[in-house]
Design a protein. Structure first.
Lengths: 113, 108
């Protein structure tokens, strides 16, 4: 089974703090993704990466950056957290470029005060 | 870009049948996926339709009509454990775009 592990299940941060969310997958997949999930809005893509050191903006990249130094690890960075970034963050991976199947981590629920 | 429309909520009783419709607009279509997410859990993959027609997997079936830009997920013999959110999604180049989700509530 594919395992996608997110470093923190729950985080509480203050406005202006730098936040790191880390994701590790154990299946040697090329593609990794960061989504945020908010009620009524579904899952919205923040950034994705199809190879080490490669990154592409998704639909809502503003206020976020990412890092992919190793194939198995994809980090999401909030340089200066704001209250509107309070959300559930989901990491996912897939091995195929045009696949309908993503494997998700359990999510990181971030609250920014 | 991509946009997907699905109903926000559906309620049904145990043993009933529920159909969740999804209409989409995409630039370049490869297929339609469905995911299930229980409250507090991660989304899990249910099905993927690349071609027109009905695909059946146990109590769940998924249908696609490419000419109508439409698909649906059919949940049969509903059980309490089917209470969850269901998302349709379309893959594009390297990424997957999701609908807002349909919350299915199953009542005894």
């Amino acid at each position: 089974d594919v395992k996608v592990t997110q470093s923190s299940r729950y985080l509480v941060k203050r406005t202006g703090e730098k936040v790191f969310l880390e994701c590790v997958q154990d299946m040697d997949h090329e593609n990794m993704f960061w989504y945020r999930q908010d009620p009524g809005l579904g899952l919205r893509l923040i950034y994705f990466s199809y190879d080490v050191k490669m990154k592409e903006k998704g639909d809502i990249p503003e206020g976020y950056s990412v890092s992919r130094e190793k194939k198995e690890r994809f980090s999401l960075i909030l340089e200066s957290a704001s209250t509107n970034q309070t959300s559930m963050y989901l990491c996912a991976t897939t091995s195929q470029g045009r696949s309908g199947e993503l494997f998700f981590g359990e999510g990181s629920r971030l609250t920014v005060l | 870009g991509q946009s997907l429309e699905q109903p926000s909520e559906v309620t049904a009783v145990e043993g009933a049948i529920v159909q969740i419709n999804c209409t989409y607009q995409t630039s370049g279509f490869y297929g339609l996926s469905w995911y299930q997410q229980h409250d507090g859990g991660a989304p899990t993959f249910l099905s993927y339709n690349a071609l027109d027609g009905l695909e059946e997997t146990g109590r769940f079936s998924s249908f696609l009509s490419r000419s109508d830009s439409y698909g649906y997920l059919l949940l049969q013999e509903l059980q309490m454990k089917d209470s969850a959110s269901y998302f349709c999604a379309v893959p594009g180049d390297y990424k997957l775009s999701f609908g807002a989700g349909t919350t299915v509530t199953v009542r005894a």
